[in-house]
Design a protein around this ligand. Structure first.
Ligand code: SF4
Length: 227
């Protein structure tokens, strides 16, 4: 049976966004190259650099005492082979922004530069659970980081410029912590529905709200009319 490698960051907007594009990307290696503004990567680098080695309390007073680790965020982590609820194998592979080392456990942290309302945090539950499982069950057994008890998003959104000097502005960001409850049972049900799609058990339908396919369809219809 084919072993699919799933990327945690592609659940929220890939699988949830459009089943057809998600299927084509993973099964047919057909990728729509969208533009990702480089400013987000730059903000991400600054945030990770600042929080490396800081106390967990710098993220939220609600977190247990611990140390934030961002220095491995460039490293690709791969899980060992895991199995969904129908015993189909899959592998999780991706990069984790940060984790917190507490006395007896770990917290997974994903940085988001977004002003999203915190009740949208569960949308990222599968991504956060993937990171937890990758840390606890890595393909390289010497790199086990376990147990992961807490998961959450650390969300930044630009607020105002508070100072300026020649050639340099100081920008203030709102920063909020949104915890997501660990629920491995829910995660494995979710991955089972992802693998149902990839193994062809459910149809890969287009997102009717996407304007790209609608544009291509109209374009092709026009061409047909003119020929
Ligand atoms: S509807 Fe949009 S997202 Fe879906 S297959 Fe078409 S281009 Fe891709």
């Amino acid at each position: 049976m084919k072993v699919f490698t799933l990327s945690p960051s592609e659940f929220a907007f890939g699988f949830e966004g459009c089943k057809k594009c998600y299927y084509d990307k993973i099964v047919n290696n057909l990728k729509y190259a969208s533009f990702f503004p480089p400013v987000f990567s730059l903000l991400d680098i600054c945030q990770k650099k600042y929080y490396q080695g800081k106390s967990s309390k710098s993220i939220s007073e609600n977190l247990d005492e611990g140390v934030v680790i961002t220095e491995n965020s460039d490293r690709i982590i791969k899980s060992e082979t895991l199995y969904d609820n129908k015993k189909r194998p899959f592998i999780l592979r991706g990069k984790l922004d940060a984790y917190i080392k507490h006395k007896n456990f770990y917290t997974v942290v994903d940085f988001k530069t977004s002003s999203m309302s915190l009740d949208k945090a569960p949308m990222y539950s599968a991504q956060l659970h993937s990171y937890a499982l990758m840390l606890e069950n890595p393909s390289d057994k010497e790199k086990i980081i376990s147990p992961v008890k807490t998961l959450g998003l650390f969300c930044f959104s630009p607020n105002q410029v508070i100072d300026h000097k020649k050639g340099s502005n100081t920008f203030q960001m709102n920063a909020r912590w949104a915890e997501v409850k660990r629920d491995d049972k829910g995660f494995f049900s979710y991955v089972t529905s992802v693998l149902d799609l990839l193994h062809g058990e459910i149809k890969a339908v287009r997102n009717p709200k996407c304007t790209v396919c609608a544009f291509v369809d109209r374009h092709l219809a026009n061409e047909k009319k003119q020929s």
